[in-house]
Design a protein around this ligand. Sequence first.
Ligand code: NOJ
Length: 478
Amino acid sequence: MVVYQIYPRSFADSDGDGVGDVPGVCSHLDHLQWLGVDALWLGPINPSPMADGGYDVADYRGVDPVFGTVEDVERLAAAAKRRGIDLLLDVVPCHTSIEHPWFRDRPELYVWSPEDGPPNNWRGAFGGPAWSQDPHGRGWYLHSFYAEQPDLDWRNPEVARELAGVLAFWRAKGVAGFRLDALQQLLKDPELRDDPPATGPSLMAGHPEHEALEHRFSSDRPGVGQAVAALRAGAGDDAFLVGEIGLPADRHAPYLEHLDASFCFELFFAAWEAEALKDAITAGLAAGKASWVLSNHDFPRLADRIGRANVAAAALLLLALPGPVFLFQGDELALGNGPGRPPGALPAPPYDRAGRDAFRHPMPWTELGPHHDFTAGTPWLEVVNAPEGSAKRQRVVPGSPARFVRELIALRRRLAGPVEDLTADDGVLSFRRGEHLVAVNTAGVERRAPPGGDVLLATVNRSDSLLPAGGASISQAV
Ligand code: NOJ
């Protein structure tokens, strides 16, 4: 299964307001079908003050007018289905927006300090204390992320009931599954004990204040499986559920009991180095149900993170692994980071206080005009073209990143069987899948290719025995 991640604000604008929307997604489904993906994951589209790019939800059953309507989502689900593509929505069960009516009217759904002040040392993921004073004067509430995102209290069965209802609501609209946000944050220590100091680097490259603590009590507490089970019950057994769990894969088991997949962040954050990639893949495979991802809306784009010279090899590695694979919009174009919010703009909605706008620039669809057909208006964030050109150009230029990704997705359908003989030798990662051999040169200089048969697909021309720098290939195994 290959899932294409869409950042709704930056995919395609249908009404000229400069912001991508759901009808815009509908009008570009041909691109997804051309690539050959099986599903699309649409980032949050619910009504939101956008303090965190829509991960601050003010109504789980609505659609923000900037993105369209519930009927637009229904139309998208049906139109995608006709092209053999499932629609997955992003659901944010850990917290709501501070402007969700529940926060005002049903405070019992949230986590409160028993004291008149923060009861412990917990930090928010973006830095600063994880506790803030309630603007309605009811004390101090917990927020694992921004202060505008109060945490729901998953120890209150009403929360599970409400969120399960949300998933059922969207299933009835034709949605096939969900990407579940920040599941490690669902259950905290009921005694609110202090987090101890961190003893080593954490998996996610987060804010230094947050990473200074080991999140032993502020996240991932026993019983979390029950919370995830409630989400599964709401979604139905046939829904596809992938969890974003910000923990090492060997701690995903209680979540995975009720999910189809979880992101293996070991691979996401592995250095582009054969040994590190091998360890990351091993960790994901050991956990079972790993899904693979190297890029999303939260971190620098691949070209900026691992180097442009390695982007094609990364696509090959990703798409050669068994289990679900996630591609972030624009990865197929080898898009790089943009400059982020316009000069002079405040780090306030719609821009991100944590500085992630640079990874969220709109899609360049054509070479036309200053905005590459992303919008007929003024884009919320500048459209930056890929060095190899827009989507339209790349679809026709032989050897373009987009055509390479398409060929990989097609070849992937022929790869069968588990990862075997995983090795990292002299900077070359290699493994076998059934009758195929995958090799990735991370050394930065030419290396000997592991012995194999005919090369079926390669990032750059390789000879029978040599893999150039940045080279990767899929060949017949011998
Ligand atoms: C993970 C999302 O990907 C990120 O964008 C968001 O800020 C946090 N979860 C909080 O919801």
